[in-house]
Write a protein that binds this ligand. Structure first.
Ligand code: SF4
Length: 330
């Protein structure tokens, strides 16, 4: 994230020490969300904002001239080369990305800024990648890092998971990024179970219906009881289902977070509270900028959720420590 930029500076310094005058190209989340800051502060020669495969070959040609080979086929995500997981030392678990981006525009989220238009891979291609990595490396755990894994589920997640289930290979699947609750019905929950999903996290953010409507239209609190019923009927324990809640949104009261924790716990699931982090380019950032809390010159260190909560947040530190204790209490 943007607030780790001192680590980027240190890494570039090490690269310079080792490779001298070789041009350094910087991409990634910090470079995309704060390109001007990265150009001025990172020490890189070239900063590529946005998805790397679209900009890095042009940057290489600028730096090295015409001898640079043509870039990859950009006709779609499935045309890109598979990740070079052979370079990893530990392949106990591996990440999987079946799509990029998200068509929603939650006010606090930068997905659309980082990934551009929402794009999904072909289910057969993802299933083949998982099977290939299982066979090559013996990996049993695969974690989906999609922002919107369940969108258009009948053409995407359902056929993918059915293929994995039909192969009957011993894999365990995980969804640490949070799943769209609205999409979880009986058939979806049964496919999760059959394919080997063993950890499930759902994205609710708040039990306050008006907050959800205005800031995160991906779901509604009314969707959660139905989704948990479906998961329980498919064989999951409710307490094993984590439900993400957000704390520290501008204007959000402590009582609203308390209510959300009680709502989730009352349904038997486990609340997982995460701090709001102000991200440049989002609607929440614009609101904070209008009220003078942040500005273009704000140091990206302040984008850190803990730094922001302590230094600029609406809740007193004692309040979010109390809320954390409430969320952790069994
Ligand atoms: S649904 Fe999730 S990924 Fe999509 S915009 Fe909202 S928070 Fe971001």
């Amino acid at each position: 994230m943007t607030y780790w930029y001192p680590g980027v500076q240190a890494a570039i310094e090490l690269v310079r020490r080792r490779f001298g005058a070789v041009p350094v190209i910087l991409g990634g989340i910090y470079a995309t969300l704060c390109p001007e800051h990265a150009r001025a502060q990172s020490g890189a020669d070239i900063v590529v904002a946005g998805p790397g495969e679209r900009g890095v070959f042009a940057a290489l040609r600028d730096a090295l001239g015409d001898g640079v080979p043509p870039g990859p086929d950009l006709s779609g995500l499935d045309a890109l080369p598979a990740p070079a997981f052979g370079l990893l030392r530990d392949r106990t678990w591996l990440p999987v990305l079946t799509s990029r981006g998200c068509p929603f525009r939650c006010t606090f989220c930068a997905s659309h800024l980082l990934a551009g238009d929402f794009e999904q891979r072909a289910p057969a291609s993802v299933a083949a990648e998982i099977e290939n990595h299982r066979a090559l490396f013996g990996t049993r755990h695969f974690a989906f890092y999609d922002d919107a894994l369940l969108l258009d589920k009948d053409r995407h997640a359902v056929p993918l998971l059915e293929t994995i289930a039909a192969a009957a290979t011993p894999v365990r699947l995980h969804a640490p990024n949070g799943l769209h609750i609205r999409e979880i019905d009986g058939p979806m929950a049964r496919v999760f179970r059959a394919a080997g999903f063993s950890s499930l996290y759902l994205s609710l953010e708040s039990a306050d219906a008006s907050l959800v409507r205005e800031r995160t239209p991906k779901t509604s609190p009314d969707d959660l009881p139905r989704a948990l019923d479906a998961l329980e009927a498919a064989g999951y324990q409710r307490c094993d289902v984590g439900v993400y809640l957000i704390m520290g949104l501008p204007g959000q009261s402590a009582g609203s977070v308390d209510e959300s924790i009680r709502f989730v716990r009352g349904l038997g699931a486990t609340p997982r509270v995460a701090f709001f982090s102000p991200i440049p380019g989002t609607a929440e950032w614009d609101t904070l900028a209008r009220t003078g809390v942040v500005s273009e010159g704000t140091d990206p260190l302040l984008h850190n959720k803990i730094a922001f909560a302590y230094l600029k947040g609406d809740l007193a530190p004692a309040e979010f420590e109390r809320i954390n204790r409430l969320a952790a209490a069994g």
